[in-house]
Ligand binder design. Sequence first.
Ligand code: HAM
Length: 418
Amino acid sequence: MINAPKGTKDILPKDSYKWQFIERTARETAAVYNADEIRTPTFEHTEVFQRGVGETTDIVNKEMYTFLDKGGRSITLKPEGTAGVARAFVENGMQSTALPVKMYYITQCFRYERPQAGRLREFHQFGVEFIGSFEPSTDAEVILLAKSFLDKLGIKDISLRINSIGCKKCRAGYQTALKNYLSEKRDGLCELCKERLGKNPMRVLDCKNKECASIMAGAPLITDYICDECRSHLEKTTKLLESAGVKFVIDPKIVRGLDYYTRTVFEFVSENIGAQGTVLGGGRYDGLISQFGGTEVPGIGFAAGLERLLLVMENTGVVIPEKRSVKIYFAPMGEKESERAFALAQTLRGLKIACDTDHMKRGIKSQFKYADKIGAEYVGVIGSDEYERGTVKIKNMADGSEREVGDEDIIKFLNGEI
Ligand code: HAM
């Protein structure tokens, strides 16, 4: 037997309705915020992520699926959606269209991480990117979209944490303060953080090592270094959230693990799924588009991991509505009856009625069992008598009632007209 690679998961037919529910909810939520779908390639030139996500991040350093293709180009499977969207935005001249451009995607992502609950090597994201506005109203709108999506999924007990990590200008002051603080404690840092210290001290904040984390506990906070404009931007954003009745906490420790962020960063965190509690994360990226050769066009977005959403929903008892889609299962009791059942099923399918019939030469009892398993609303039995009369004995699986109906009246019966 060949197993699926470590960190990947099959989504089986018995579970796919859960995924479809989340995806449908994502699309419906995006639509009411006037966001259209964008689909970018599964793989990009490696440079897209090196430039976009940042050379000093864990994603680029340790987690990317990078390989040379047969033409000798360095290719990377997308570890996240934002960088590819930014590349596509510039490449397709979207900066000269009406702004903001509001987009969403549902996509596979790939990160070479140590698999655990809620952490896979291939996972799925629902992401949203609003590109083109500096206004705090976009920040608030994106966060409200995220909140509305989580609400519609029935996810409760999830806290929204917000912070501002400043702009290029004020971040420089913070980085210097952080570097000074960490330099004094350099010996206590892990080898990787010693390296991070030289390249990008803010990435020490992502380190999972206990000693590094305890050193970071006493580190200067970005909140004390942000400039007046960035502070006012955060205040306007949170004011809009307050007036929309959304609860949040300002958490100065949230910096996020990707280099493109500026100003607003936010996370929705659940206490119900263990260590990987961040279900949804996002922020503003005002310098990202220009890195792909575009003009200074700001943007903000988020992504939620579908696997983590499902985990929260399962752990908190959210029941996902299962669609019973098979209207009628035809249960033939012999060779010629099977031919009739096959033809009837085909006719009904042509009229967009979901139906099925036997392909296993099962006896009538096990056909009923099968019909029950696939959630058929009705079972239409065709025995030799029904065959002779040109009828079907239709049983309502919910209440057990039965009625013999002529072949030509099946549709009327299923529509409740007779
Ligand atoms: P991120 O925080 O790296 O942000 O990922 C967003 C979400 O993807 C996480 O909150 C988590 O639910 C899910 N996720 C990440 N890694 C894994 C994994 N290995 N297994 C399962 N789920 C995972 C971004 O990706 C940004 N592009 C978000 C964004 C969009 N910011 C602005 N626009």
